[in-house]
Design a protein around this ligand. Structure first.
Ligand code: NAP
Ligand code: GLV
Length: 309
């Protein structure tokens, strides 16, 4: 049973080499080389070209190379019987946690502002925030959000979390569902989005939500661009209710040249790098699922197409 690897970011050879080295008995094809498309049952995929799944009539299982599967569930060309899995990995979770903590301290200590000041040779000391001044609210308490919550608590932050189902985590006050959302938001001086992008969560970070955050709240979106209504964020920052944002993900990536985020002094941008699947860490779970699929066993980290994550 051979596998096709589909991704458009120049990393096919790296993944193919690592997979084939760990499992030389399996044939891995790049989608860019000649391969028997009619026979392919398994695809390993990250951000595929639109329409490509039409070329694989025998497809039965698609593994996402990342934690998110929104790009797969959005594709009507994937038949409903096809199983979809995603990456759940402690390295991905610790990378995400480190990134958010870096963004948080950068906000608290005005670091990006001082970099801009340095370029303009401006000397302008500002008041700064301490760990004890802030409560961090995490929307999405799954694999990534719960690891971040644990790390923040260990540093000494007050942490609140919000998810669909009830959670119990040491030292974290957990809120659940629509009913408790505004209580959760009213506590969050810094709001971190780690939700999956689904029908329910699309456009969730908008004016109504911003207004429920405390005055001067800071927003960190490391989930998906589709969670945020961009213009609402800009308006809320410009009106002074939100003090700024760190954004790693966008509606369109790369962000188009004319987008107002590029030049906004209170929006700190990174190019979707908060946590990137590590080849060595992730290959074993991709292979584990390959063998499970071959034996007809339940797959690890299978996504519910109904829930959307
Ligand atoms: P996950 O384990 O599936 O966790 C998702 C969390 O969101 C769960 O706690 C879930 O609640 C909650 N949730 C889902 N829908 C909700 C709703 N309607 N209302 C309230 N809570 C809801 O996902 P993950 O592995 O932590 O990853 C989260 C996302 O991060 C991914 O989907 C991806 O988009 C993004 N990501 C970004 C990067 C990057 O580099 N920027 C890297 C990796 C991942 P329950 O626990 O009750 O199910
Ligand atoms: C990255 O964005 C991922 O979903 O793994």
């Amino acid at each position: 049973m051979s596998v096709v690897i589909i991704r458009q970011d120049g990393k096919i050879d790296e993944w193919k080499f690592a997979l084939a080295s760990a499992a030389p008995q399996i044939t891995f094809y790049s989608y860019l080389e000649d391969h028997p498309k009619d026979d392919i049952e398994i695809a390993m995929v990250w951000k595929h070209p639109t329409g490509i799944f039409k070329e694989y009539p025998s497809l039965k299982y698609v593994a996402s190379f990342g934690a998110g599967v929104d790009f797969l569930l959005d594709d009507p060309e994937i038949p409903s019987h096809v199983k979809i899995t995603r990456v759940v990995d402690p390295v991905l979770a610790s990378d995400m946690s480190e990134f958010v903590i870096a963004a948080l301290f950068s906000f608290m200590k005005n670091l990006t502002r001082y970099r801009t000041d340095q370029i303009s040779k401006v000397w302008d000391p500002l008041p700064y925030k301490r760990i004890g001044d802030l409560t961090v609210g995490i929307m999405g308490m799954g694999a990534l959000g719960s690891r971040l919550a644990a790390d923040l608590c260990q540093i000494g932050f007050k942490v609140v979390g919000w998810s669909r189902s009830r959670k119990k985590l040491d030292a974290v006050e957990c809120y659940t569902g629509e009913k408790q959302k505004s209580d959760f938001l009213s506590r969050s001086n810094v709001l971190v989005c780690l939700l999956p992008l689904t029908r329910e969560t699309s456009g969730i970070i908008k004016t109504k939500l911003f207004k429920q955050l405390p005055q001067g709240a800071y927003v960190i979106n490391v989930a998906r661009g589709g969670h945020l209504v961009d213009q609402d964020l800009i308006d809320m920052i410009d009106h002074g209710h939100i003090s700024g944002a760190c954004l790693d993900v966008y509606h369109q990536e790369p962000l188009p040249e004319g987008h107002p985020f590029w030049n906004h002094p209170k929006v700190f941008m990174t190019p979707h790098v908060a946590s990137v699947s590590d080849v060595r860490a992730v290959v074993p779970q991709l292979l584990d699922n390959y063998y499970r699929f071959k034996k007809g066993e339940p797959l690890l980290n299978e996504v519910s197409t109904l829930r959307g994550y």
